[in-house]
Each structure stands twice: as C-alpha cells, then as structure tokens.
Design a protein around this ligand. Sequence first.
Ligand SMILES: [Zn+2]
Length: 308
Amino acid sequence: MAGGHVDIGRGCHVWLPASGGWGHSNSGLVEGVGESLLVDTLFDVVSTMRMLAAMRDVVARAPIERVVNTHGNGDHWFGNQVLSDREIIAAVPTATEMRAVGPAEVRALLARRGQAGAFARRAFRGFDLSDVEPAYPTTLFEAELDLVVGGLDVRLVDVGPAHTAGDTIVHVPSAGVVYAGDVVFAGVTPIVWAGPIDNWLRACDLICELGVSTVVPGHGPVTTVRAVRAQASYLRFVQEEATARHEKGMTFDEAARDIDLREHGELPERERLVVNVHAVYRELDPDIPALEGPSAFACMGQFMEELV
Ligand SMILES: [Zn+2]
C-alpha cells in the first residue's frame, strides 16, 4: 500500500502510512473554505508532524481549527500534543478511555518483561512514545455532533461501543465520504476491545446505509462499503465459531486455536482472533473476567509464537 497524502476529492484528504498494521493508523482531513478538521492524530509525535508536513499545502490555505479523535486507542490520539492549542473533540466514552489508558500505560506495557512486553514491543516497533504528553479533548459530545467546517456539513456519530467504548465515524455527506476510524479495518483483522459484536455489526450496517462512495478505514487503504461487508463477515464468523466452541465447553484460548479461519486466514494480524474469541465468550458469560491490555498482548504473543 502506497503511503502519504492522498486528495480523495470534494474537500476530503487522507494520510496513509506505508502499512495498516499495529499502530499504523490513517488520518483524515476535511478541508472547507479557510478552515479544516483533522480526523485523528497518529501514534507518536514524529509521525504526526510528518503527516502534517505532507499536508502543509492544504493546511496553509485551510488551517486546522479542530481535531476529532475517533476513539481512545493511542494510535489515533497520542499525536494530539502537536495541535494542543486547537479544539479537540471526542465522544464522552472515548474521552474516558483516553484518560484511563494513555501514553504512560502504553509505555509501561512496552517495558514489561515476558510475553506481553515482548509482543507489544514487536507490534509497535518503529514508534517512539518517550516524549508523548497526553492532550485530552476540550469538547465532548454524546451520540452525535453536527459541525460546519468552512461551509461543509460534517456529522460526527458515536456508533460504539464496538471496537472500543466509543467509536466515532465522521460523515461528509456532500463528498460521499465517511471516515470510519477503527469501526472499519480494511484488509487487516479487526480487534474487539469492547464489543458487543452485534453493536459493531449494526455500525457496519449503518455505514453501508449512508450511501457513501468512499470509506476511509482506521487502518488499511481507502475503500468502499465492500470492505465493510467483508469485515462484518469476519465478525459474524468469529461470533458463530466461538459460540459453538463455548457450548462444547472449550476455554477461549482452546477455541481460538481450534478455529479454522478459512477465507479469513490471509488477513494480517490474525493473532487478534484470541482477543476476539474472548470478547464473544464474555458476552456469553459475563462472569469471565475482562482481558486487560497486558493479558491481551500476552495471549496474542503466545498465539503468534505457536503459529510460526
Ligand atoms: Zn487503530
């Protein structure tokens, strides 16, 4: 996938990294007349500055007045400090997650001994979080927020909980574009940090019903609703396969090892299956304890090790 700044037309821009894997998220820029809105910053300060430099012609004629963070994962907001003097917008559950797991927590994960730290260091290699200072949202909203960005109508809709507790999509109706954040992973395995999966599937339906021609995922290349349907098919598949194994009495990690991903087996980052099966198990049995970040990374690291 070719990275860099891409003008997708009608005032919509994206910045794509060279790959869509762990930590390598997309940013969007909605350019109105004399003003623009940035959709997500990146995982570290250097990447965020490089992204802004790549779009300097656009932001020179339409300065970034506002930033929206689609959700609380660090790869979508740790670069906020570069724009900390602007209005930063997020849904209420997203802001709560940002305060719960910020750069200090991710640095602690990266410093851990054992499988969790080893896998996190491998997943996030190439990023430098040492100088990240959290810059939190200054404007919070619940459910929906309508903006006008230099004459363009922009709708923010929190369709979560799905990937995380709050998942905002940014719809630009006049352009036929939706920036989906991590509600859509294109050509990459999605990861269910929150769920329920049924709500994520409803969010996929909602995106398909917007009537947009272009979907900008949180990770992966610019795409269409076809990728949204493909992802929904993966989520339904995991839901069915995990449920069947829960009924047979398997543990979640036995189930993850037993599932044959078939047509989904080619998706990168397939170790996320362990976390996704655990999410299904917790929906079926709320007594199962949550898989906190370090445990999730340890489980995925172990799963990867067995794959090779
Ligand atoms: Zn992400």
